[in-house]
Ligand binder design. Structure first.
Ligand SMILES: [Cu+2]
Length: 127
């Protein structure tokens, strides 16, 4: 599902409005195709958090969330990035193209970084 989203919408989201529209579109698609999707549950419980990747930094670079929360990373830069667990590089968004988003359900704290630009770092803290 996420791969499909990345590939089909990576060129669309050049403005904040378009990003929001794409994101809402994804939520609607999820809601229609899978009524019990984690996205719908997250919406209901208002447990979606967003991390923007912009100007070569994760913003915010540290967030505290509750177990099972959904975090959406949105790449607003013109270059590719990744969101990759520092302790387990297999746990990664893969290449995240400009304008694409990565949705992650989080059940444990971890530090992440960008494999392309290793100075880019952030952390998710599950409370
Ligand atoms: Cu990067």
């Amino acid at each position: 599902m996420q791969k499909w989203f990345n590939q089909n919408h990576q060129d669309m989201a050049h403005t904040k409005d378009k990003l929001v529209a794409v994101f809402l579109g994804l939520l609607l698609i999820n809601a229609c195709t899978n009524p019990t999707s984690q996205t719908e549950t997250a919406l209901k419980n208002k447990t979606i958090d967003t991390v923007l990747i912009q100007n070569m930094v994760f913003t915010p670079d540290s967030i505290s969330i509750s177990t099972g929360s959904t975090v959406v990373f949105i790449n607003k830069d013109m270059v590719d990035h990744t969101v990759t667990d520092q302790a387990d590089t297999a746990h990664s968004s893969g290449i995240l193209h400009s304008g694409s988003a990565y949705t992650l359900k989080v059940d444990k704290s971890f530090n992440y970084y960008c494999m392309i630009h290793p100075v880019m770092k952030g952390k998710l803290i599950v409370q």
